[in-house]
Design a protein around this ligand. Structure first.
Ligand code: ZN
Length: 174
């Protein structure tokens, strides 16, 4: 019997709000589907884990990958959007780069909970979602990606990422 957790990746003000520094407009379109998944998970007793960017103000990632400064620890921009606010039993994991596993407590948390399957939602499909999926698969987790609950920057990259996750990582695309 598999045990699943729902991951909500980077649904933060700095990615979602209009005019935000790293605005991904399609995040606003996928919000209802993410909400639907969160409500379902709560009802089914499935852990909900928010995986959230949390950068130092001078994070070298900003220079190295030429991202605008975003999701700085302790700022409003690094907070989960109001519409998807975590409930009290939900888990928040802060990360500093694309993968939710890199130098975070995610793997330990999942092991403690006995999780073997991750259902991924959030943004950006070909960046944090895909790199988190990759790290998850290499660690032996099964992956499900909810197509209408992940947001891409362009349709092309979004579709390519879904295809790669399916064909290369063996993800189930729902
Ligand atoms: Zn970032």
């Amino acid at each position: 019997m598999s045990k699943r957790a729902l991951l909500v990746i980077d649904m933060l003000n700095d990615f979602v709000l209009e005019g935000a520094p790293l605005e991904v407009p399609s995040t606003r379109k996928v919000m209802p589907a993410i909400k639907r998944e969160i409500d379902r998970a709560h009802k089914e007793g499935e852990p909900v884990i928010y995986v959230c960017d949390s950068h130092e103000p001078n994070d070298s990632e900003f220079q190295r990958f030429r991202w605008p400064v975003h999701a700085v620890k302790g700022t409003g921009g690094a907070q989960v959007v109001d519409e998807l606010k975590p409930s009290k039993d939900d888990i928040i994991i802060e990360k500093t780069t694309y993968s939710g596993f890199y130098k975070t407590k995610l793997d330990n948390t999942l092991k403690t909970l006995g999780i073997d399957t991750l259902r991924l939602t959030g943004c950006v499909t070909h960046i944090c979602v895909m790199f988190t999926a990759s790290d998850a698969v290499l660690r032996g987790y099964n992956i499900e990606v909810v197509k209408d609950a992940v947001a891409g920057l362009s349709d092309e990259d979004h579709e390519a990422a879904l295809r790669i996750m399916k064909d290369v990582l063996g993800a189930q695309i729902l």
